[in-house]
Write a protein that binds this ligand. Sequence first.
Ligand code: 8YV
Length: 332
Amino acid sequence: MTGKKPHVVVTRKLPDSIETRMRELFETDLNLEDTPLTQEELNAAVAKADVLVPTVSDKIDESVIANAGDQLKLIANFGNGTDNIDIAAAAKRGITVTNTPQVLTDDTADMIMAMILAVPRRLVEGAKVMSNPDGWPGWSPTWMLGRRVTGKRLGIVGMGRIGSAVARRAKAFGLSIHYHNRERAHPDLEQELEATYWDSLDQMLARVDIISVNSPFTPATYHLLSERRLKLIQSTAYIVNAARGEIIDESALMDCLEAGSISGAALDVFENEPAVSPRMLKLAEEGKLVLLPHMGSATVEGRIEMGEKVLINIRTFFDGHRPPDRVLPGRD
Ligand code: 8YV
């Protein structure tokens, strides 16, 4: 890297060690208060920055990209999913986009496995009983019964890195692995997981006991689990989503949970984050829905490694090389 240091604007508070290194390497604007930026503030940031480091909570749409100054060369997303960024609009302006894959796969898969266990085994309901000093009347053979996980069929929607990491864990818990993906997985992976491929998502949904949504959110996966598809699901089944809220028609899912045509769900992501509807809160109160605040990848180790990836992507780019985690338009 020669000459003037690139001006990097970071939109949210990052781990201390990452912020320190960021300041050593670049001319850096941090957001120590961690208050999410408004669209106006994002517009102001892209007007002055050489590099923007946004997160899932920043909507870098076409209008923000249109406000970018000619000096903006790189959007180094702190996150794996890049649905918060209009990649095509960035590409048209010659702006490179990078993300932080791999380092959050295991953490996210662990959380998804916890959700897969939590819903049928009523973990959150049980914990709630114990949070009230008089809540537990004592052991009973027929009280707080959930459903067995071992031996059930898990249907994975999207067999990428995270989907396969979930499948490995689930197999160890005695679940049989079924999956739907745009492309069939490599035969070695199918063999390792003893996985059954379903070309038809509809047919898979109708036959599995637990569904885990693991695809990226693109125009093609918007409401992939539509009202029609949710109606194909067995009434004894459960759904888990730690990918993106927009992949499920949230209101149709609430209809199914209210009607009992789906047994339960666990959601770590929502269509209009951070808003959660009163219907969801009521279903959570009734024990039919587990709600988590988008914490799938939230580990100290994961956040530091995500930050390191951001640093490497920026540094490589300004050293004149292709950054390792470049995201190209047209994944949908
Ligand atoms: C991150 C995520 O916390 O990386 C992703 O795609 O969904 C989350 O695990 C978030 O995106 C950080 O920007």
